[in-house]
Ligand binder design. Structure first.
Ligand code: PGA
Ligand code: ZN
Length: 431
């Protein structure tokens, strides 16, 4: 094999995300291959996430990313040109050092991540290998298709309705292939659409940021009930083939020690009881961010009470940051961690967080953001990391289905890669 080529050009560009807000894309070339990568953006962001650099001022209501683009084209391009893209860790460490802040506030995590992702792609191109296979080479894991967690009803800050819980998800874990799982999920999505239309009128099938419907529901149980009906309406078994899950994103409805859920004010204890009751009634497989992003102990109590049978994912509490994940491991705060590249800002740190999570025996769930592009990076990343689960929205809208379609393509072209089904979840769930 020839000595690999070095990074010759790095160009940032301001593009639009799925909400019509600007985001960063990066083009990178070694003179032979040219690749690009685009950065996503959250709405219910964790307080401790790496900083997304925005321009301020009038343009795009202050959300422009020209300063971040400038940082890509100037300081970052200057610092990493001449590196082999195969030196991912060195490239990422160089950018972290150049930034010099704990949360990437000077160059912007959006600038740094775009470059980091592009470097991974360029390295895969140089190796003449697919991105997932390059990832699996880095991690030493055998490729594994992920079970999808699909968001079919959007609430919280992702929609304009009254639902406090942000995401109502279906998890087609009881199937033998990704194709079967996605077929079932798409059928349930259509079944839910017909049911909503029949009962609440066509406007109830308008969709939120992640492609799930945004019906005029007032309560969590109403939404869960509608999804269970839709699963059965499509001819599937709820709690056997297709499971229900939620992302409460509860930091968004937490104030001064209380949770304001569906028009009621709840204490931590009352909210815990509520989660336990819906977990039982609707056979939930997973609950994400049940408590506020600083509540490591409340997370731990719920995990102690229900964590054997229920996946409890930390998202805003960990923000894909190893220091926070380590604290969660020590306190046994959850049994799963959400993994989002742009919460931490480099591919290297994302891999470290995933490794720490999986080494501790917890599930890692690779995730999109509510503001996305059609970049399919996370689909390949999940297969190569072999973490077993991916959350990337409804089976609808281009920026969401781009990831699912990439996974279908990987499955089609590589039938030897297994689909884990329920084994991607805690063992007790399969019993
Ligand atoms: P966000 O939502 O991208 O708006 O943060 C996704 C999530 O909370 O999991
Ligand atoms: Zn979340």
């Amino acid at each position: 094999m020839q000595e690999s080529q070095v990074i010759a050009t790095v160009r940032g560009m301001e593009i639009l995300d799925s909400r019509g807000n600007p985001t960063v894309s990066v083009n990178m070339s070694d003179g032979m291959f040219t690749v690009s990568a685009a950065v996503p953006s959250g709405a219910s962001t964790g307080k401790h996430e790496a900083l997304e650099l925005r321009d301020g001022g009038k343009r795009f209501g202050g959300k422009g990313v020209l300063k971040a683009v400038q940082n890509v084209n100037g300081a970052i391009a200057g610092a990493i040109s001449g590196f082999s893209p195969l030196r991912q860790t060195d490239i990422d460490r160089k950018m972290i050092a150049l930034d010099g802040t704990p949360n990437k506030a000077s160059l912007g995590a959006n600038a740094i991540l775009g470059v980091s992702m592009a470097a991974t792609r360029l390295a895969a191109a140089q190796k003449h290998t697919e991105l997932f296979s390059y990832f699996s080479g880095i991690t030493g894991s055998k490729p594994l298709l992920p079970v999808p967690l699909l968001n079919v009803i959007n609430g919280g800050v992702h929609a304009g309705g009254d639902l406090s819980v942000q995401e109502f998800l279906i998890v087609p874990a009881g199937f033998h292939s990704l194709r079967e799982a996605l077929t079932a999920a798409a059928e349930v999505y259509q079944s839910l659409k017909s049911e909503l239309k029949a009962k609440h009128g066509a406007s109830s099938t308008n969709v939120g940021d992640e492609g799930g419907f945004a019906p005029p529901f007032k309560t969590t149980t109403e939404a869960l009930g509608a999804i269970r009906d839709a699963i059965e309406g499509a001819g599937y078994l709820a709690g056997k083939e297709i499971f229900l899950a939620i992302d409460a994103a509860s930091s968004e409805f937490y104030r001064d020690g209380s949770y304001f859920l569906d028009g009621k004010r709840l204490s931590v204890g009352e909210l815990t009881d509520f989660y336990l009751s819906i977990a039982k009634d609707f056979k939930l497989i997973s609950i994400e961010d049940p408590f506020d992003e600083e509540s490591f102990d409340d997370f731990a109590s719920l995990t102690r009470l229900a964590g054997k049978k229920l996946q409890i994912i930390g998202d805003d509490i960990y923000v894909t940051n190893t220091a926070r994940i380590r604290k969660g491991i020590e306190l046994k705060s959850s049994n799963a961690v959400l993994i989002k590249l742009n919460q931490i800002g480099t591919v290297t740190e994302t891999l470290e967080s995933t490794k720490m999570t999986m080494d501790a025996g917890m599930a890692a769930v690779v995730s999109h953001r509510s503001g996305e592009t059609t970049d399919t990076f996370i689909a390949d990343m999940a297969v190569g990391l072999a973490n077993g689960q991916i959350k990337t929205g409804a089976p609808a809208r281009g920026e969401r289905v781009a990831k699912y379609n990439r996974l279908l393509e990987i499955e089609e072209n590589h039938p030897e890669i297994p689909f884990p089904g329920l084994s991607a979840f805690r063992r007790e769930l399969a019993e």
